[in-house]
Design a protein around this ligand. Structure first.
Ligand code: PMP
Length: 293
């Protein structure tokens, strides 16, 4: 198979030569931010939302990205063009950059920008039903590492995912420090009760997922009431339907949590409807950034 070409600071390198220094503070300290982005049929889905989130994350960690938002979008598009990808995945990483040892970010002269393309979806299978556990590892509170920053520091989530793997589950649902439902290790969560869609608010320590935003738009367009409020474990166990959302997996039914069957144990009607609408939205021309103009 032909090697993918990886974007590093404006140049492209074949996979086998795409390397970043061991002195990069992204490697040394997890000091950086990233985005996981999908392209469908020659358009990058909701690129504006992803780039906005990236630049907001950068501002919070006081990282000056040396490209304008427009230039960053073009770098993403160029990465797909170089690799002749119409539908696939992009992993965009901006780290603090190369610098001597020590936490001081001033040790790094300029950020490292990397864009890794994948012609196939590398994460969980789309729309596959999921069995989850509730992890004992709690989500980082915003007064520690703000979860709204999509940082390269994912140990919190990885610890939760390890708990899921140990329990033979597909995903771990994390609680916030207060004990309310927050999100999955790499996805947002929704429950449905009596026809209403309920999702944890930002103060429950979630990443503001792009798929979450799109899901809320879809539900509202379908006339489904959307409520963002704190969700207890009891409410999750006793929901009529539940699903998780993320760029890789899109809308995935959650059919079991901690050995409790959710609803009928099958993907529910509202989940299926939203999942179908999501697939349509992903292909709507105006929802994407045109790569092959
Ligand atoms: N929460 C976390 C912790 C994530 O890592 C992700 C992305 N994989 C999400 C939620 C979902 O965000 P998005 O819909 O933007 O992919």
């Amino acid at each position: 198979m032909e090697e993918m070409h990886i974007y590093i600071n404006g140049d492209f390198f074949p996979e086998s030569q795409a390397k970043v220094s061991v002195f990069d503070h992204g490697f040394l300290y997890g000091d950086g931010i990233f985005e996981g982005i999908r392209a469908y049929d020659g358009r990058i889905f909701r690129l504006n939302e992803h780039i906005d989130r990236l630049y907001e994350s950068a501002k919070t960690i006081k990282l000056n990205i040396p490209l304008s938002e427009e230039q960053m979008k073009e770098a993403c598009a160029e990465t797909l063009r170089r690799n002749k990808i119409k539908s696939g995945y992009l992993r965009l990483i901006v780290s603090r950059g190369f610098g001597k040892l020590g936490l001081d970010p001033r040790n790094c002269e300029k950020p490292t920008i990397v864009i890794i393309p994948a012609g196939y979806v590398i994460t969980v299978a789309e729309a596959k039903p999921v069995k989850a556990i509730i992890a004992s590892t709690r989500r980082n509170p915003s007064f520690c590492i703000p979860p709204t920053v999509k940082s390269c520091n994912y140990l919190n989530n990885i610890l939760a995912r390890i708990e899921a793997l140990n329990a033979n589950a597909d995903e771990a649902i994390m609680l916030d420090v207060r004990g309310y439902v927050s999100e999955g290790a790499a996805d947002n969560i929704f429950i449905i009760k009596k026809g209403k869609l309920i999702t944890p608010p930002l103060h429950a320590g979630i990443l503001e997922g792009v798929t979450r935003l799109v899901t809320i738009e879809i539900a509202e367009n379908l006339g489904i009431q959307v409520i963002d409020k704190d969700i207890t474990i009891h409410e999750l166990y006793n929901s009529d339907e539940a699903f998780i959302t993320g760029t890789g997996g899109e809308v995935q039914p959650l059919i079991e949590v901690d050995g409790r069957i959710i609803g009928t144990g099958q993907p529910g009607p509202i989940t299926k409807r939203i999942s179908e609408e999501f697939k349509k939205e992903a292909l709507r021309p105006e929802a994407g950034y045109e790569v092959y103009k």
